[in-house]
Unconditional design. Structure first.
Length: 147
């Protein structure tokens, strides 16, 4: 994916019934996709109060060197706003098998931007059943290009 645009928008309605969750998550976002495509971007990195959620309709991952100096794969934990996925689970399991530290937790856009500025970011990507694993070439945040 060539670039992602960041929206700090609460698109989630937390429900236990998955087919309603899919509709309530993604249906209201279609208008935003038209806007970002007109700006030359391919996806949106969705935030809730600066907390990272998903990239488009995919799970978002970063592989970075954390503040303790360890290589770490980070993705959001399943808190009701993040939908589980086969590819998400596969990436997590493969990383663990390969000895990579994996963290499923809340993390924020400021942490990603800081890791990029400090040259600790190794890779950012999205995973989805239809998209498989999709690397992110650039992140556009507050008018600046990162990554």
């Amino acid at each position: 994916m060539t670039g992602i645009f960041i929206f700090n928008y609460d698109k989630f309605i937390i429900l236990d019934i998955h087919y309603i969750l899919y509709f309530s998550n993604y249906g209201p976002t279609l208008e935003y996709y038209k806007e970002i495509q007109n700006k030359g971007f391919q996806q949106v990195l969705w935030l809730i109060n600066d907390r990272i959620t998903e990239v488009g309709v995919m799970n978002f991952f970063v592989y970075w060197i954390n503040k303790q100096g360890e290589k770490e794969l980070v993705t959001c934990h399943l808190d009701g706003t993040i939908l589980p996925g086969v590819m998400r689970d596969s990436v997590i399991e493969l990383a663990k098998e390969w000895g990579i530290k994996v963290s499923e937790k809340e993390f924020y856009i400021q942490e990603v931007i800081e890791a990029i500025k400090e040259k600790r970011m190794i890779e950012a990507f999205g995973t989805g059943t239809a998209a498989i694993v999709c690397p992110i070439k650039s992140i556009h945040y507050n008018g600046e290009v990162k990554l």
